[in-house]
Design a protein around this ligand. Structure first.
Ligand code: ARG
Length: 508
C-alpha cells in the first residue's frame, strides 16, 4: 500500500493512511464550494478564541496571515488529493505556515462536525439569496410580458384542448404568482438555513469558555442552533432548500413544456430568435428549442438531488456520521442547476415573440361556449345546466354544418330552444350570439382574478408593487450578508489589512 505523506494532521492515534483510502473518503473536490466560507468561519472562530483569551493577538495575527495567504493561493498548485477534506487542508496549511505552536491553536473548541455544517449553511444562505435574485429578474420579465400582451386574446387549454379565451397576460401573470410562491418558500427556508451551529464542537459542546453569540454576529447568522447534538446531526435545512428548488424546477419545467408545444409549426404561437435555437446536423430545416428541453430534463436532476439527499438522511444514526458528507454534492447540484435554469428561462422569455395573427387564426370559434352559456344565465336566468345544454346543441349544429355559432339562423335557434327548454328564447339567443365577439366576451368577466383585460390590469398593478417589495426585502437580506463580512473584516483589520478584499477581486 502506498502511504500518504502530506495530510494526516488528525492521525494522533492512527498510523499513516493509504493514499487510496484517502482518495476514497476525500470530499476535497466538492469542498471547494465552501472553501471561502470555511476560511471565513475559521477567522470568526479564532477571533472569538482571542476575545475569550485562548489565543493572543500576536498568535491570531499569524493565523490570519496564513489564512489570507491560502485565500490568495492558486489552488491548482496545491496537492489537493492528499487531504480528507477542505478542513484538513486549511488547518494543515496554517500549521505549515505558522508552525504547530500557533497553527495548532486554530482548531481549539471546534470539530469538523460543527465546522462543515457551519460553512455549508453560510454558503447555502448566499446561494439561496442569489437564486432569489435570479427569480426576481424572472418575475420582472413575466410582468413585462404581461404588460405587453394584455391585448392579445389567447386560447387557454384544459386537457390540451382549447377551453376558454383570455388575455395572454393572464398566462404570464399566473406564472408570476407561481414563482412568487417559490420566492417566498425560499425566503422562509432562509430563516432556518441562517442559524449558527458553530461551537457545538463534535457533538455535545465544549468545556472551554467559547462565545457562540459572538461568532453568530460575526458570521451574520440570524440565530443559533442551540442544541449541539441537533446542530451537528441535522441537514433538514438542506432538504428544505432542495425541496423548494425541486418545486421551483417543476414550475419552470411546466412553462417549458407549454412553450415547446407552442413553438411547434403546428401551433406557431411564438417564435424563438435564432440566437436561442439550435440546428440539426442533418436536417437543414430544423430549429430546435434545446434550451427549453434541457430545462425540462434538468428538473429531473434536481429531483434526483432531493432523492439522494433524502436517502443519505433516511436512516443514519443521530450525531455526525460520514454519510453526511454525501449531502454536499446533491445540494450543490440542485443549487447550480436551478440557478442556471432560472436565468436562461428569463432570457428565453425576454426574447420570445408572440405571433398575434397565428394565435388569432388558431383560436377556435367555439371557445366562447362557456361565455355564451353564462350570458344566457345572466340575461335569461335559465338554470346553468340548461344553458349548458343549449350551447352544447348550438356547438353540435355548428360543427355538423360547418357554420360558425354566430352564423346560425333564428330558426335553428328556435328549434334548439324548444327542444332543450320547451319554450322559445331564440330571439334572445340570437341577440347574445350577435354580440358574441371573443374580445367582448373576455371583457365581460368580472370575477376576482378572472382572465379579462380589466382583472389582469388590476393584478398587474398589484404585482408590480409586490415585486418592488420583494426587491427591497431581498436587498436587506443581501445587505445583512455583506455587513457581516464587513464586520468580520473590520474586527480583524488591526491585525491583517483587507482580509477579504484581495479574494473579492478573485471573485471568491
Ligand atoms: N468532510 C466531512 C464532511 O463533509 C467533514 C466532517 C468530517 N468529520 C469527521 N468526524 N470525520 O462532512
Amino acid at each position: 500500500m502506498e502511504h500518504d505523506v502530506g495530510g494526516g494532521i488528525y492521525r494522533s492515534r492512527l498510523g499513516p493512511v493509504s493514499s487510496e483510502a484517502t482518495r476514497y473518503v476525500s470530499s476535497i473536490r466538492e469542498d471547494l464550494w465552501i472553501f471561502s466560507e470555511d476560511i471565513e468561519c475559521t477567522v470568526a472562530h479564532d477571533f472569538m478564541l482571542m476575545e475569550q483569551g485562548y489565543i493572543t493577538e500576536e498568535q491570531l495575527k499569524r493565523i490570519l496571515e496564513a489564512l489570507k495567504r491560502l485565500r490568495d493561493e492558486d489552488l491548482s498548485q496545491l496537492d489537493l488529493e492528499k487531504y480528507e477534506d477542505v478542513h484538513e487542508l486549511i488547518e494543515s496549511y496554517v500549521v505549515k505556515q505558522a508552525g504547530l505552536e500557533v497553527g495548532g491553536l486554530v482548531h481549539t473548541a471546534r470539530s469538523r462536525n460543527d465546522q462543515v455544517v457551519t460553512a455549508v449553511r453560510l454558503k447555502t444562505r448566499r446561494e439561496v439569496l442569489s437564486i432569489m435574485g435570479e427569480l426576481l429578474k424572472l418575475e420582472e420579465t413575466l410582468l413585462k410580458k404581461a404588460r405587453e400582451t394584455v391585448d392579445i386574446v389567447f386560447p387557454f387549454y384544459t386537457h390540451l384542448q382549447q377551453a376558454q379565451a383570455a388575455p395572454l397576460s393572464h398566462y404570464f401573470l399566473g406564472y408570476f404568482d407561481m414563482f412568487l410562491r417559490d420566492f417566498n418558500r425560499l425566503s422562509e427556508s432562509f430563516k432556518r438555513v441562517n442559524q449558527n451551529p458553530l461551537g457545538s464542537v463534535a457533538i455535545v459542546g465544549s468545556s472551554l469558555k467559547i462565545d457562540r453569540s459572538l461568532t453568530t454576529r460575526l458570521l451574520g447568522f440570524d440565530g443559533i442552533v442551540e442544541n449541539s447534538f441537533d446542530a451537528v446531526s441535522s441537514r433538514d435545512f438542506a432538504l428544505e432548500v432542495v425541496s423548494n428548488l425541486n418545486i421551483l424546477m417543476l414550475n419552470l419545467s411546466r412553462i417549458m413544456e407549454d412553450l415547446i408545444i407552442w413553438l411547434t409549426s403546428e401551433y406557431g404561437f411564438f417564435t424563438l430568435p435564432d440566437e436561442l435555437a439550435f440546428p440539426s446536423s442533418a436536417m437543414p430545416n430544423k430549429k430546435n428549442p434545446c434550451i427549453l428541453e434541457l430545462t425540462r430534463a434538468r428538473t429531473g436532476r434536481v429531483f434526483s438531488s432531493l432523492a439522494q439527499l433524502s436517502m443519505v438522511c433516511k436512516a443514519v444514526p443521530s450525531g455526525y456520521v460520514r454519510d453526511l458528507q454525501e449531502t454536499k454534492p446533491p445540494l450543490i447540484e440542485a443549487i447550480e442547476t436551478t440557478r442556471e435554469a432560472v436565468r436562461i428561462v428569463r432570457i428565453v422569455l425576454e426574447n420570445l415573440e408572440e405571433n398575434r395573427e397565428r394565435i388569432r387564426s388558431l383560436t377556435e370559434p367555439s371557445i366562447i361556449a362557456l361565455d355564451i352559456a353564462e350570458r344566457i344565465v345572466e340575461e335569461a336566468r335559465v338554470p346553468f345546466r340548461l344553458a349548458h345544454r343549449l350551447v352544447g346543441e348550438i356547438v353540435k349544429l355548428s360543427v355538423k354544418t360547418g357554420r360558425r355559432m354566430t352564423g346560425l339562423t333564428e330558426d335553428d335557434l328556435k328549434e334548439i330552444s324548444l327542444h332543450v327548454l320547451g319554450r322559445d328564447i331564440s330571439s334572445l339567443l340570437a341577440s347574445i350570439l350577435r354580440e358574441a365577439d371573443t374580445s367582448v366576451l373576455v371583457s365581460k368577466r368580472v370575477s376576482l382574478g378572472a382572465g379579462s383585460p380589466e382583472a389582469d390590469a388590476k393584478m398587474l398593478a398589484a404585482r408590480e408593487k409586490t415585486l418592488q417589495e420583494c426587491y427591497s426585502m431581498l436587498g436587506l437580506m443581501a445587505q445583512k450578508d455583506r455587513e457581516a463580512r464587513m464586520l468580520l473584516e473590520y474586527s480583524v483589520s488591526r491585525l491583517v489589512k483587507g482580509f477579504f478584499s484581495s479574494a473579492a477581486e478573485k471573485g471568491l
